[in-house]
Design a protein around this ligand. Structure first.
Ligand code: ADP
Ligand code: MG
Length: 842
């Protein structure tokens, strides 16, 4: 199956696992179109299929969860008609959703077939910690139209579309599928892109290297086989009155069916040359509606379903925009609007649909984007004010006491760690509940900071809870915390407990008892910690590790087990500054931007599949020197068996043929938690030289003696995942290696893999990921919710974000409750934007 379809399926599955909350990708599934459409074309996915995907995903966020389920299933069925292999039910074993593909099963324990139609059952023994619940909607609501639907705005904006000339119930239904139910919705249904016919060049004057739109009439369409008939090239010649231009479409046979001699088309792309003549390779094209050329020079292109044409929707838009946009009341106070140098809302709405010039379009987009970020920022500021308005218990310790704790560590804290610890210490003594995000790259040493913070609270007699996304990680924290907190002058070992899904019932009961009567001071665990029957005597401090693995609800649940407890959330997800400002504006942020001394960057190499032996040689050498290695496999569906190398299959080969003299352990997600822990423990205790694993080792696992991370099928992983995996090595003083082997030789040039080889910095990688793929991958559930209504704004636009944030802050200082008369419109819009739900603070 084409990688782009594979990707689609992956996100659909994830979405299914997220109960169709539209959280599988940040900003909602529609956001994936930003990159998917292009990828799908590059993969040669049939144009009708692409259009079907575009149409469905565009309207996805407007649907109810049931509607979404329907929509995705229908879409997948549609894809199956063109690509039968996609329609086949892939064999996907049961697996808690982790945001990546599930592992393969050893043959004996295979589960029944599953596909989008049959939801993956949650394994009984351990309910996944990180399954996001359908969120109540504390985040901006998708039906909110800032500024447009206030009571001062003409009531007609709430009118149904059937009031429009020529729109009957059937058309209204079609438009509703696109998310337009009212006239106000239409105003905010922005074009997907624009065709700028004002920049048209006659064919005669095209130059090599130009990126242009040209207009012409199709003269001929020919298809010719290349590479011994394996591929086809479609050659199209178009001409205008000045000359002719050749277009070639490589392996896109459908183009031949879509273009006919005599069609007028506009093509956009880069002018190239071939054998001395100018050509365009696979330019975008679309049929030209001649009247548009005369009426508007910059023509909006809307996302559509099959049931409506561009021409028709433009006509309707024209009716709505010309009539109603001028009547819209601008909720943004004049003072702010002028301060931020923004055009009026009416102007913005008109120009966004039917721009007179590129400049005015730009100003319109800026204004609309500002609104979105501004409301978001106001929301996070309100949340911050809310949580700061309650009391938090004060916890203070003597500096000498804390110093003696840190002196007991086997290492010196880095100055970044010290700074974070001081910030936390101040929060704990502030009388307000702490709400702090500690952000630090993989391996920067967040755990010890959290543990020291916990010691401050616990030494004052209160209780602390630490929640991690996997039992492996919880167990590791349990050991670390025990080392740090127990012993002389500290806690009894019995006062620190591990509570995970696999903890025996009798033991669970004991722990619950101990937490309820206060004899247990610290509990470290997975989601098991937030089960309803876990009650605390006096919970005052909460740590949530790898926060992006948890849903808002889960964090809330844990918090509700204490009275305004202090909260520390930790993330190794490097968040670029612009993003942090947008989505974590309500939290205080500490950044651990420094690695412990003696760490060397992990030497990272991309190897071609046929160079695998080199990797094995390196591993043997490292093991001879007493080190250990990870070999990680992507999690693969049965249907891709031919291509895939999977942990379970290869384990045999690796242990019998490649490394017959070494001890290998196997770890995969289908194993019971207890088995996983046993394997990890053995690896940690050096009973295994090599750990062959699926991505279950991804998060947080710390075995400093391992120096090689070999990743098979590396092109199948996202950048964030690769970086996390690499973070498993390079934790000791030894030089470590990360070897990336893609599935195919071609993929060795894969941009992500090359980026990995170039930098060790998670921040740089995150930035790159944002730029190349949009804010999907490095982010977790929280961020996804925030971006839901960002239609115009890009969370990578730092300048805009800072401007909006500055204005929001200034306003908040003047009038935090928006009570001044001149802010009444704004207050109303703001409430609409955020809905009645109060956002969660973590
Ligand atoms: P992460 O930030 O990824 O959670 P960990 O807390 O797991 O990182 O720490 C990674 C490793 O670094 C652990 O083995 C830990 O003991 C070690 N470590 C933490 N701080 C320091 C330090 N200041 N100096 C040396 N090693 C440290
Ligand atoms: Mg960690």
């Amino acid at each position: 199956m084409q990688p782009s379809l594979e990707k689609l399926r992956k996100f659909f599955r994830l979405e299914h696992e997220n109960k169709y909350a539209n959280t599988a990708i940040i900003g909602g599934l529609a956001k994936m179109l930003d990159f998917w459409e292009g990828e799908a074309r590059a993969d040669g996915v049939a144009e009708e299929v692409i259009q079907a995907v575009v149409a469905r995903l565009r309207s996805y966020d407007k649907l109810s969860p049931e509607g979404r389920a329907e929509s995705l299933k229908g879409l997948w069925k549609r894809i199956g008609e063109t690509y039968p292999e996609a329609g086949q039910k892939p064999k996907v074993p049961n697996q808690p959703p982790m945001g990546n593909q599930p592992p393969r099963l050893p043959k004996a324990e295979q589960q029944p077939d599953q596909s989008l139609d049959s939801p993956p059952a949650i394994p009984q023994q351990e309910k996944p910690a990180y399954q996001p619940k359908p969120r109540p909607a504390p985040m901006p609501r998708s039906d909110a139209v800032p500024g447009a639907k206030t009571s001062q705005t003409p009531a007609a904006l709430n009118a149904e579309l059937t009031v429009l000339q020529g729109v009957g119930p059937r058309h209204a239904e079609t438009l509703a599928q696109l998310g337009m139910k009212t006239l106000g919705d239409m105003l905010y249904y922005f074009p997907r892109r624009y065709e700028d016919y004002s920049q048209l060049k006659p064919i005669q004057s095209l130059m090599y290297g130009d990126v242009v739109t040209a207009l012409g009439t199709v003269q001929s369409v020919h298809s010719r086989p290349v590479r011994g008939g394996k591929m086809t090239i479609i050659e199209v010649v178009i001409s205008d009155t000045t000359g002719a231009l050749r277009l070639s479409y490589f392996n896109q046979p459908w183009v031949a069916n879509l273009l006919k001699q005599g069609d007028a088309i506009a093509v956009s792309g880069k002018v190239d040359q071939y054998l001395g003549r100018l050509v365009m390779n696979s330019p975008d094209w679309e049929p030209v509606e001649v009247e548009n050329l005369h009426t508007a020079r910059i023509v909006p292109i809307y996302s559509l379903t099959e049931k409506i044409t561009q021409k028709r929707i433009r006509g309707l838009m024209n009716q709505v925009v010309s009539h109603w946009a001028p009547a819209v009341v601008d909720a943004l106070p004049e003072k702010i609007r002028l301060g931020a140098r923004l055009v009026s809302l009416s102007e913005a709405l008109m120009q966004a649909h039917f721009p007179v010039s590129q400049d005015r379009l730009k100003a319109a987009r800026e204004r609309l984007a500002f609104d979105e970020i501004f409301y978001l920022q106001m929301g996070v500021l309100r949340q911050k004010r809310d949580w700061k308005s309650v009391e938090g218990r004060r916890f203070a310790v003597q500096t000498e006491w804390l110093d003696s704790r840190t002196a007991g560590l086997p290492f010196e804290l880095t100055s970044a760690q010290k700074k974070s610890l001081e910030e936390i210490r101040a929060d704990l003594d502030s009388g307000k509940p702490m709400n702090r995000l500690v952000q630090g790259d993989v391996g920067s040493g967040k755990t010890v900071v959290a543990a020291l913070a916990a010691s401050i609270v616990v030494s004052n007699g209160a209780q602390a809870a630490i929640m991690a996304p996997t039992s492996i990680l919880a167990e590791q924290h349990f050991r670390n915390f025990t080392n740090l907190l127990a012993g002389e002058g500290g806690l009894q070992e019995s006062e620190i407990c591990l509570l995970v899904g696999s903890t025996p019932d009798i033991r669970k009961e004991e722990i619950r008892q101990g937490l309820a009567d206060g004899s247990v001071k610290v509990v470290i665990g997975t989601h098991a910690v937030i089960e309803p029957d876990v009650l605390f005597k006096d919970l005052q401090f909460i740590v949530i590790d790898e926060q992006h693995r948890f849903g808002v609800e889960q964090r809330k649940e844990l918090r509700s087990k204490g009275t305004n407890p202090h909260l520390l959330v930790m993330t190794a997800t490097p968040i670029p500054r612009s993003l942090a400002l947008t989505v974590f504006g309500d939290l205080d942020i500490s950044v651990i931007d420094e690695m412990p001394v003696g760490r060397q960057p992990v030497s990272t190499h991309v190897l071609r599949p046929q160079e695998r032996e080199r990797a094995f040689t390196l591993i043997r050498g490292q093991i001879r020197d007493g080190r250990q290695a990870f070999i990680v496999y992507p999690l693969i569906d049965e249907s891709e068996k031919i291509e895939a190398r999977a942990a379970v299959d290869d384990f045999e080969v690796l242990s019998k043929q490649i490394f017959p003299k070494l001890k290998l352990g196997l770890l995969h997600g289908r194993m019971k938690p207890a088995e996983k822990e046993e394997v990890m423990a053995k690896f940690r205790d050096k009973e295994f030289d090599i750990l062959v694993s699926t991505t279950v080792v991804e998060v947080g696992v710390d075995v400093p003696n391992s120096t090689v991370m070999l990743i098979e099928g590396a092109d199948r992983f996202g950048l964030a995942q690769l970086h996390q995996l690499r973070g498993r090595v390079g934790r000791g003083a030894e030089q470590s290696y990360c070897l990336l082997i893609p599935t195919h030789e071609d993929a060795a040039e894969n941009e992500r893999l090359q980026a990995m080889a170039q930098t060790n910095s998670g921040f740089e990688l995150a930035d790159l990921d944002l730029k190349t793929r949009g804010p999907g991958e490095f982010l977790g559930t929280r961020q996804a919710g925030f971006a839901t209504t960002l239609k115009m704004a890009s969370i990578t636009d730092v300048a805009l974000i800072e401007k909006a944030r500055g204005q929001a802050q200034a306003l908040f200082e003047r009038d935090p409750y928006l009570q001044m008369p001149e802010h009444s419109l704004l207050a109303e819009s703001f409430e609409r934007f955020w809905g009645t739900g109060k956002g969660d603070v973590s």
